[in-house]
Design a protein around this ligand. Structure first.
Ligand code: 0O2
Length: 207
């Protein structure tokens, strides 16, 4: 193939990624608007930080291979839910559910799936609330619904997940079973601490 042909064949993929980037921006803006309103009305912020990321092309290829689906722009859009990811990090568990409900009830958002790993943690201890939503993006001549994965976690759950993520990707660790057990126990401690911090905040607000 000639270089210009290679480049040309990449255009649909570049366009797809651009649409995902727009959808990610839409979701992030919606959450920032809620934050703005909260800070004016209730004098507090419902989340600490928000981070967005697009899945890397190589990770997309790996995931499609793992799912044994032929690689094409159409198949990527149909089969992967987490090309566009928004991570919302809250101080308190109640804020997670409040924000998620406010996002989902907006009339241009379609909720595709909800995985509540806070109510039902993974066996390794992973906790977060995952929503797969579709959000419309308005282009020059059309409206397209794009899927975005929104992960809601507390600061403590995020701290845990980033350490656990290291375990997953690092090979040749001494005593991986011991570490996994220790991590699972930490996840429980974190969860009960999140609940206690929430209760303290409720008491402060009531008084
Ligand atoms: P990365 O590097 O964060 O992008 P699916 O995406 O639906 O095919 P699955 O496993 O059903 O696959 O999705 P799920 O459970 O909703 O998890 C998707 C993402 O949640 C992961 O993306 C992680 O970001 C996070 N996650 C899920 N489980 C764990 C866990 O046990 N530990 C940590 N640290 N993060 C987790 P990726 O693509 O795996 O990774």
């Amino acid at each position: 193939e000639r270089p210009e042909e290679v480049l040309e064949s990449a255009i649909p993929f570049i366009e797809l990624m651009s649409r995902y980037r727009c959808a990610m921006m839409e979701v992030e803006t919606k959450l920032r608007v809620l934050d703005e309103e909260f800070s004016i009305t209730y004098n507090r912020n419902p989340f600490e930080t928000i981070k967005s990321r697009l899945k890397k092309p190589m990770s997309i290829v790996d995931k499609m291979r793992k799912k044994k689906i032929p690689l094409s722009v159409e198949n990527i859009e149909k089969n992967l839910n987490d090309i566009a990811g928004v991570r919302v990090i809250c101080s308190f568990p109640d804020d997670i559910y409040a924000l998620a409900a406010m996002l989902v009830q907006q009339d241009d958002i379609r909720l595709i799936a909800k995985k509540d790993y806070i109510a039902n943690p993974k066996p390794n201890g992973y906790r977060s609330l995952h929503l797969i939503v579709e959000v419309p993006i308005f282009l020059s001549n059309c409206k397209r619904y794009m899927r975005v994965e929104v992960q809601f976690r507390t600061i403590a759950m995020d701290f845990w997940a980033s350490l656990e993520h290291k375990l997953k990707y690092k090979k040749d660790i001494d005593n991986p079973d011991d570490i996994a057990k220790e991590l699972e126990e930490c996840a429980r401690i974190i969860s009960s601490m999140d609940v206690r911090m929430q209760e303290i905040r409720n008491r402060i607000e009531q008084s």
